[in-house]
Design a protein around this ligand. Sequence first.
Ligand SMILES: Nc1nc2c(ncn2[C@@H]2O[C@H](COP(=O)(O)OP(=O)(O)OP(=O)(O)O)[C@@H](O)[C@H]2O)c(=O)[nH]1
Ligand SMILES: [Mg+2]
Length: 212
Amino acid sequence: MGKEINFRLTELLATCGNERQFPQTDHSKPEIVLAGKSNVGKSMLINALAGSKKLAYTSQTPGKTRLVNFFETDQALRLVDIPGYGYARVTSGVRAEYSDLTDRYLTGGRPLAHILLLLDSRHEPGELDWQMMDWLQSLGHPWSVILTKIDKLSRQKLREQERLIRSLIVSNYSLTEGELTLHSVSAQKNIGIRELRQFLAYLIGARAKRTD
Ligand SMILES: Nc1nc2c(ncn2[C@@H]2O[C@H](COP(=O)(O)OP(=O)(O)OP(=O)(O)O)[C@@H](O)[C@H]2O)c(=O)[nH]1
Ligand SMILES: [Mg+2]
């Protein structure tokens, strides 16, 4: 655990519309993936982790991130923003294309350290979230849950949602409580971000540098 990671040293590495554009794998830079429905807050969370407002493109218009974006943090890890699933306003053909690129990424033999599945803290997981979790379970990659936009809930309501969502997932996959890690964040209000940096650093055997 000697290494320290400075998340403020996060840069865009590559923006990929197809598999050939993926950067060469580097096993000294494990990849941490952000997956989740369009508009759940993936891009904004990358910005919050990096302490930068404009690193990853965020938008009011769902489905803007149609590419796999690779970011590199302090030459120690990569954050990978994969296209949001479930954007109803694109045609099914385009939707298939998105999930195809995501599929190629997830099954491409990359050094995947962990997948963060983002869920909106205000809602129970929807059909597409369950499909994504089923997929992650079947691929056998380690994954955990991030509840986003918690600034929209009272503290008490958040506790209720955490309990509910945790119990739904634990029972659906017959997990023990300890097998499901769940973090709650607000990228907008910078809540839970420092803890999440620590968790990500821990996943790759390092520590997050205190920068705030
Ligand atoms: N209140 C609140 N709004 C947030 C938070 N995080 C993201 N948002 C808003 O949610 C919307 C979508 O955020 P993005 O980060 O662009 O979502 P995304 O998951 O990258 O979406 P796609 O790129 O379409 O897959 C934006 O309008 C953000 O301002 C948060 O922590 N709190
Ligand atoms: Mg995005």
